[in-house]
Design a protein around this ligand. Structure first.
Ligand code: F6P
Length: 669
C-alpha cells in the first residue's frame, strides 16, 4: 500500500482480504465528497464533515467529541486511522458541523455504519443529512479504503514522516528545526495507535503510510500538520546558537551545512585589515547590519573602543609608533581582550563576529589566528584605498567624529596628529597574503575598483562577498512610502489588490508634488513599486522618472486570510489569530508568508538599493516597508512586525559617508 492510495480511492472497496497475518494492522481512510452542484451550493462546504462512534480515533458517541475530517479540497474531506485487523465491528456515523455559527450539528440519517475487516456493510456509498431549517436533504459520497500494513512498515513510515515532514511544519515551529524531535520515548518499534493524515502524505508515496496517535499529529484547521510526540511537550526547536533565525535561502543553507558536517565552522570572524581612515568601521557596521537583518547573530567588536576604555581618550600619535614597545604591547593587549570577548560571545551562540581594528601586521594577524584556532573560521577583509581625495575626506570625518579627537578643538592640530599616526602604521603595514581573505581595493566610490578573493567558499562568505561588491559610499536618499489609502484599507481588509480610495488618490497627488520637489536637482532617480495596483496608482502622477514594478515588493501574502478583516480572522480561525499574535515574526499565514519569508524575498531589493547611486523612491506596503526600514535603521528582527509605518507619510533614508540618517515627513494631515 502507498500513501498515494488516499488519492486512488475505490468506492466502498475494502483491501487486504485473505492475507490474514496476525501481526498486520489495518490502515483505514474514510473520505467524503460533497455531491451537490458546486457552483450553486457554494455555501455547503461551510458544513464540516465529522465522524464519531466506536472508531479508534473517536471512541465516543458524544457528537460534541466528533472528530473533524481534514479538508483535501473545497469539496472533499478525509480522515485516516489504524486499527487491529481483528477489531471486530466498528460502528460510526458522520455528522456535519457548521463552520462559523454555533447552530447544532446535523447527524447523518439512517442506521450506524458498520466496518468489519476494513469493509463497510450495506449500502453505505452515500451519507444523507437533513437541513433542520428547510428539511432539504444533502447528499455526500462516501469512500473507504483499507489496507493491511505491518507494524514494522508503519513504524518505519512514522520515522520517515517525522524526519521528512517535520522540518516543513513551519507555521508554528521555526523554519529551521532539524533534530527537533527528541528521541526519548520513540523506540524503533514504536507503533502509533492510530493515524490521522491529510493530503501531504500522498507526496511521500515511497514511504508508505505513516501513522501516529491522534494526539501526536494534530492537523490545523487549514490543513497544516503539527507534530506533537504525545508526551506533553511541543516540538523542540534547535538552540538559536546553532542556526540563524531565518527563512528561505538562509535557512536552507544553514540546514545543508549542518547536515553535511563541519565543512565550514558554524562561527565566523570577519577580521578587518587596513590603514586608518580606510572606511573599516563603516564597512564593519554595514556588514553587521546586513547579516543581522538576514537573521545571523552578528556583533561588531571595535578594538578602538577597548583601547579607549583601557588607556583613555587622549593618546597621541606616539602611542601608535611601531618602535614604541609599550604602545605595541598595549595595543596587542586590547586586541587580545576584544578577541577573547568575541570568542566567548561565540561560545554563547554568537555566529558572526566582525573584528574591527587595523590588524595591519602579519604578527598581529597570526596572534588572532592562533587565538581563534578550532573556535571559529577567520576571513580577513582588507580595505585598501589609494584615492588621496577619499583618504583626506575620511581623515576630516575622523577628526570630527572619533572620540579620539573629542577633546581636540583645533582641527588642524588634530589633522596633523592623525596623519602622524597614519605614517606610523604605513611604515609597518603588511598587506594580507595569508589565509582566507577578501580585498576591496578602491571600491568605496562604487565606480569601479577591484575585489580580490582568496580561499573563500560557503554560503555565508559568498553572501558577504556579494554584498560587499554591491555597497559603496556615494551619498543619496532612499525614500520609502506606503501606497495611498486603498479601498481595502477603508474596509479594514488585508491583502487584496484594490484601487485607491479618495484619500489615497489625494495622497498620490501630494506624493508626486513632494517627490518632484525633493528630487528636482537630481540628475536621475528611479521609482519602484510593487506589482499591486495600489502602489502603481500611487506612483502614477510622479512625472519624469522611470518606474519599475518589483514583485518582491508585493505585500506579505496573507494566504487563506487574504481579503479578511482582522476581526474575521479572529472569529473564523482563532487559533491562527492567536498564533500570529504570539509570534508575528515567524508566523506564516496558511498558504501565505511570514515576516521572515518577506525579509528573505527582499534581500535582492536591499542589495539593489545598496548598489544604486541615484535616489530611489520605494512605494510599497506596510509589512514590506517594515522589513526594509528595519534594515536601514538596524532594528532587531523581533521588532520588525511592530514598526510603525503609517499611511500617507514618507521616510527618507539618507545614505551618507558617516552612516544612515533618517527623516520622516507627514504629507497629509
Ligand atoms: O492592512 C494593510 C496591510 O498592508 C495588509 O495588506 C497586510 O496584511 C498588513 O498590512 C500587514 O501588517 P500586519 O503584519 O501588522 O498585519
Amino acid at each position: 500500500m502507498g500513501a498515494g492510495g488516499s488519492k486512488a480511492w475505490e468506492k466502498s472497496g475494502a483491501g487486504g482480504e485473505g492475507e490474514g497475518e496476525e501481526d498486520m494492522q489495518l490502515y483505514v481512510s474514510l473520505n467524503m465528497e460533497w455531491s451537490g452542484d458546486r457552483d450553486r451550493d457554494r455555501d455547503q462546504p461551510l458544513l464540516i464533515p465529522h465522524v464519531y462512534g466506536s472508531l479508534p480515533l473517536v471512541g465516543s458517541w458524544d457528537p460534541s467529541k466528533a472528530l473533524a475530517l481534514e479538508r483535501e479540497s473545497t469539496f472533499r474531506w478525509e480522515i485516516s486511522f489504524v486499527a487491529p485487523p481483528n477489531h471486530g465491528t466498528l460502528d460510526f456515523k458522520f455528522l456535519l458541523k457548521p463552520k462559523h455559527s454555533g447552530s447544532p450539528c446535523i447527524i447523518e440519517e439512517g442506521i450506524n455504519r458498520l466496518l468489519t475487516g476494513g469493509a463497510l456493510h450495506g449500502d453505505a456509498q452515500s451519507a444523507f443529512f437533513r437541513l433542520p431549517e428547510n428539511n432539504e436533504m444533502l447528499e455526500y459520497l462516501v469512500y473507504i479504503k483499507a489496507d493491511k500494513v505491518s507494524p514494522f512498515d508503519l513504524a518505519a513510515s512514522w520515522r520517515a514522516y517525522q524526519k521528512i515532514l517535520q522540518p516543513s511544519t513551519v507555521r508554528r515551529v521555526p523554519d529551521i528545526s532539524i533534530d527537533s524531535i527528541p528521541v526519548t520515548g520513540l523506540e524503533d518499534t514504536d507503533v502509533p495507535l492510530s493515524y490521522s493524515h491529510n493530503a501531504h502524505l500522498s507526496e511521500l508515496a515511497e514511504y508508505k503510510s505513516v501513522g501516529t496517535d491522534s494526539s501526536a499529529v494534530r492537523h490545523t484547521s487549514q490543513g497544516g500538520l503539527l507534530v506533537d510526540r504525545g508526551v506533553g511537550s511541543s516540538p523542540k526547536t534547535v538552540q538559536s546558537n546553532a542556526m540563524p533565525e531565518a527563512a528561505g535561502a538562509v535557512a536552507a543553507a544553514a540546514v545543508a551545512d549542518r547536515m553535511l558536517g563541519p565543512k565550514e565552522h558554524q562561527q565566523m570572524a570577519i577580521v578587518l585589515v587596513g590603514l586608518p581612515a580606510r572606511g573599516k568601521t563603516f564597512t564593519a557596521a554595514k556588514l553587521t547590519r546586513y547579516l543581522r537583518w538576514l537573521g545571523h547573530d552578528t556583533k561588531h567588536f571595535n578594538v578602538g573602543k577597548y583601547r579607549r576604555l583601557k588607556h583613555g581618550l587622549n593618546q597621541t600619535a606616539d602611542f601608535f609608533r611601531a618602535d614604541n614597545q609599550d604602545g605595541v604591547d598595549a595595543r596587542n593587549e586590547v586586541a587580545a581582550l576584544a578577541m577573547e570577548d568575541m570568542l566567548s560571545w561565540m561560545l554563547e551562540g554568537g555566529q558572526v563576529g566582525i573584528f574591527d581594528a587595523t590588524n595591519s601586521t602579519r604578527k598581529r594577524r597570526n596572534m588572532l589566528m592562533q587565538m581563534a584556532e578550532g573556535k571559529c573560521k577567520i576571513i580577513f577583509l582588507e580595505t585598501i584605498c589609494n584615492d588621496q581625495a577619499v583618504i583626506e575626506q575620511n581623515i576630516c570625518l575622523k577628526i570630527r567624529q572619533s572620540p579620539d579627537y573629542a577633546n581636540q578643538p583645533d582641527l588642524a592640530a588634530g589633522m596633523e596628529d592623525f596623519k602622524n599616526r597614519l605614517s606610523h602604521y604605513e611604515k609597518v603595514y603588511e598587506p594580507v597574503e595569508e589565509g582566507s581573505y577578501i580585498k576591496m581595493i578602491d571600491t568605496v566610490s562604487g565606480k569601479g575598483g577591484q575585489m580580490q578573493i582568496n580561499n573563500i567558499s560557503g554560503y555565508l562568505p559568498g553572501r558577504i562577498v556579494f554584498f560587499l561588491v554591491n555597497t559603496h559610499l556615494t551619498p543619496r536618499p532612499i525614500l520609502l512610502t506606503r501606497h495611498g489609502e486603498s479601498r481595502d484599507n477603508v474596509r479594514g481588509r488585508i491583502g487584496g489588490d484594490s484601487v485607491l480610495s479618495e484619500a489615497g488618490e489625494e495622497y498620490a497627488m501630494k506624493l508626486a508634488d513632494f517627490v518632484n520637489k525633493r528630487l528636482r536637482y537630481e540628475k536621475t532617480a528611479c521609482i519602484w513599486t510593487s506589482t499591486l495596483q495600489r502602489t502603481i496608482l500611487t506612483a502614477q502622477h510622479i512625472g519624469e522618472f522611470p518606474k519599475i514594478q518589483w514583485r518582491a515588493l508585493d505585500e506579505i501574502n496573507a494566504g487563506v486570510c487574504d481579503g479578511m478583516t482582522y476581526e474575521e480572522i479572529k472569529k473564523n480561525t482563532p487559533e491562527e489569530y492567536d498564533a500570529r499574535k504570539a509570534d508575528k515574526l515567524r508566523y506564516r499565514y496558511p498558504r501565505g508568508e511570514s515576516y521572515l519569508d518577506v525579509i528573505q524575498r527582499l534581500e535582492p531589493v536591499i542589495i539593489e538599493l545598496e548598489r544604486q547611486r541615484a535616489p530611489v523612491v520605494v512605494i510599497a506596503h506596510q509589512a514590506v516597508l517594515r522589513a526594509l526600514y528595519a534594515y536601514f535603521a538596524d532594528k532587531p528582527l523581533k521588532e520588525v512586525p511592530h514598526i510603525e509605518v503609517p499611511l500617507h507619510s514618507m521616510i527618507e533614508i539618507q545614505m551618507e559617508v558617516t552612516g544612515v540618517h533618517e527623516k520622516i515627513y507627514k504629507l497629509v494631515n
